[in-house]
Design a protein around this ligand. Structure first.
Ligand code: NAG
Ligand code: NAG
Ligand code: NAG
Length: 237
């Protein structure tokens, strides 16, 4: 290659690198919780999300595979409706995503094996962080199941991991995902006080935003005591 050509190729490479390194201007996310029943309602929610296309990433907030998280049901309860967002895709409902993985589940500690076979991108961890949109957003998923070996108290190894990961993050937006809602008006479970970790309480007092979503396709509950005027949440855990 002539020197001028080499310079041009280098410039193009650097330009592409600069574009790739800049955060996306926006991300379109869908969040589903309490959905993995293989039910008609789950299919209706999935159809609704498909109608919102293009969706960049799907955040799956747990209860991904009712009732026992078994390998025998995982593909019918997740891939049947969301295979096109998953890569690598281990199941049999089509080819999966052709543009990388766009499905980020909160795995459950019990039983972990099917999740980690089905979602190898999680590298065997029940809690993890992932940068999306080239740095626009970092998600931090926690395993709030009591069986989590790294613990779920505010002094657990998992809590220490979260504090470190949040501090190390340079993402524009940071989103923490967990299954057992620290604050919820839902009649089924209400607020789960053991997950009201200290930093969350401080931030809550300063207006920290929480969203509860448990209407992904399983049974619906009504309200317990609506926590604050203007907050409307239906929690089926
Ligand atoms: C789940 O089932 C598939 C076959 O459908 C098998 O290949 C895989 O090893 C199983 N995974 C676990 C963790 O049992
Ligand atoms: C799993 O490991 C790969 C390779 O190191 C990494 O790119 C990926 O981000 C990891 N996944 C998670 C969820 O941490
Ligand atoms: C942990 O939670 C307990 C009980 O809710 C609380 O008394 C304590 O201050 C918390 N400590 C930290 C480090 O968050």
């Amino acid at each position: 290659m002539k020197p001028a050509g080499l310079a041009a190729a280098l410039a193009a490479t650097l330009l592409l690198f600069a574009i790739a390194a800049a955060p996306a201007e926006s991300l379109r996310l869908a969040a589903i919780g309490d959905y993995g029943a293989g039910s008609t309602a789950e299919g209706q929610v999935a159809d609704m999300i498909a109608g919102f296309a293009p969706i960049d990433d799907i955040l799956a907030l747990g209860d991904n595979n009712y009732v026992l998280g078994e390998n025998a049901t995982i593909d019918a309860h997740i891939g049947q409706y969301y295979a096109s967002y998953i890569s690598p895709y281990m199941g049999s409902y089509g080819a999966g995503s052709s543009s990388g993985n766009h499905f980020w589940p909160i795995p459950a500690a019990q039983p972990p094996a099917p999740y980690h076979w089905y979602f190898p991108t999680l590298n065997g961890s029940n809690f993890y962080s992932q940068v999306l949109g080239g740095g626009l957003l970092e998600i931090f998923t926690l395993d709030s199941d009591c069986n989590e070996p790294a613990g779920t108290t505010n002094t657990s190894a998992q809590a220490a991991w979260l504090a470190g990961a949040l501090a190390a993050s340079s993402a524009t937006w940071k989103l923490i995902m967990l299954h057992h809602a620290p604050y919820s008006s839902g009649a089924g479970h209400g607020s789960i006080s053991r997950m009201q970790w200290l930093y969350e309480r401080i931030l809550k007092a300063g207006g920290f935003p929480y969203f509860v979503n448990g209407i992904g396709g399983d049974d619906l509950y009504g309200y317990r005591t609506v926590l604050e005027p203007g907050l409307h949440a239906i929690d089926t855990e």
